[in-house]
Design a protein around this ligand. Structure first.
Ligand code: GTP
Ligand code: MG
Ligand code: ZN
Length: 353
């Protein structure tokens, strides 16, 4: 299957094979049902299974699942472990996590150049992306609307300073600029397009597909608060290899237990903090503070520090509101990075001994 099935999946699925179930990847979910691509074709199945009331266990686009081929009604019988998961907090007061997409390798954050850059929003998307375990990349869409090359390079630089460790690529679905570079990146593994409504995600999906599969409509208002053209998350196979998920525009990107992601977005501040005189420096007025010194000499924009503080505080509030047991469970299941980190630590300790 061109969907990313591999030997590890095969092993994970073995108990399900024994039960006569079919493996498949979820192409889309709507109204409690999902389309699952299996070796025998697309199967429609009910999503409710195991613990249907747990929002984190709800079947999501990108999931690998087991379906019963002959069931009536057919339903998803098992969910294979998620290697990565993009989780945001819902706007509800209870602050639950909502899984946007799973088993993703590249997160393509789409930012429209038709409107003024909102660096704070990019940082939010990046925190969410890093936390998922996948590699983010920022695509600046509609580059054809920035006529002046110098102007464009400044915009790219602005985003680059906001996104350490992240590739920033201007693209245009109209002129084709940057599309080949992006196609090469997404040819490997599963990629998801994330961004606000009207950012040009579906237009980009069509450009990468080489045909008009996703609906595109002119946006009525520029800030994305209007109607959404894409309403479900759709998994598509790219002709040049790779799997792409187009998603509906996100209005808000509330963080959900994303401390690691936040630290990664602001890695240059974390690096500077290592050089502060005091171990527990709050970078407020302490003597020998390397972060404040960097702001003083212009190396670090003050906006970055403020944004960092804001996201750290917001994340702490969310964490305080959510169920610790649930978070621990998710850590155990999905936080691959954590597991790898622990393995590296153990290896290090082994070496020291
Ligand atoms: N000039 C220009 N316009 C573009 C480009 N890409 C997309 N657009 C326009 O932007 C509008 C929105 O594009 P969509 O692809 O529907 O945006 P989307 O991000 O999928 O929006 P939602 O599905 O609502 O989340 C459409 O009018 C597109 O024609 C581009 O590269 N250049
Ligand atoms: Mg769309
Ligand atoms: Zn400091």
């Amino acid at each position: 299957m061109p969907y990313g099935w591999d030997a590890d999946r095969e092993a994970e699925f073995a108990p399900c094979t024994a039960k006569g179930l079919l493996p498949g990847r979820v192409l889309r979910v709507d109204r409690g049902q999902c389309d699952v691509i299996t070796p025998t074709g697309v199967v429609r199945a009910d999503t409710e299974f195991v613990t249907p009331r747990d929002p984190m266990r709800v079947v999501c686009t990108g999931d690998w699942v087991a379906v019963d081929p002959d069931g009536d009604p057919r339903f998803v019988r098992s969910l294979l472990p998620r290697r990565t998961a993009i989780v945001r907090s819902t706007s509800s007061k209870r602050s639950e996590g909502q899984v946007l997409a799973t088993n993703i390798d590249h997160i393509v954050i789409c930012v429209s150049l038709a409107v003024e850059l909102d660096l704070g929003r990019i940082e939010r998307f990046l925190a969410l992306a890093w936390e998922s375990g996948a590699q983010p990349l920022v695509v600046l869409t509609k580059a054809d609307l920035v006529p002046d090359v110098t102007g464009l390079s400044y915009l790219v630089q602005d985003v680059e300073t906001t996104a350490p460790g992240v590739q920033v690529l201007p693209v245009s679905s109209t002129t084709g600029e940057g599309i080949e570079v992006l196609r090469a990146i997404v040819a490997d593994g599963t990629s998801v397009l994330l961004g606000t409504s009207g950012a040009g995600k579906s237009t980009l999906a069509n450009a990468l597909l080489g045909e008009d599969v996703m609906d595109v409509r002119a946006t009525r208002d520029v800030d994305g608060k209007g109607r959404h053209t894409t309403t479900t998350r759709n998994l598509l196979v790219l002709p040049g290899g790779g799997v792409l998920i187009d998603t509906p525009g996100l209005r808000g990107v509330g963080l959900w237990d994303a401390a690691t992601g936040v630290n990664q977005v602001f890695s240059e501040i974390e690096d500077l903090a290592q050089q502060c005189r005091f171990h527990d420096c709050a970078h407020e007025a302490e003597p020998g503070c390397a972060v404040l010194a960097a702001i003083e000499d212009g190396a670090l924009p003050e906006r970055r520090l403020e944004s960092y503080r804001k996201l750290v505080r917001e994340n702490q509030r969310i964490v305080a509101k959510t169920d610790a047991r649930l978070r621990a469970e998710i850590r155990r299941d999905w936080k691959l990075k954590g597991a790898e980190g622990r393995a590296a630590m153990q290896a290090k300790r082994g070496r020291l001994r």
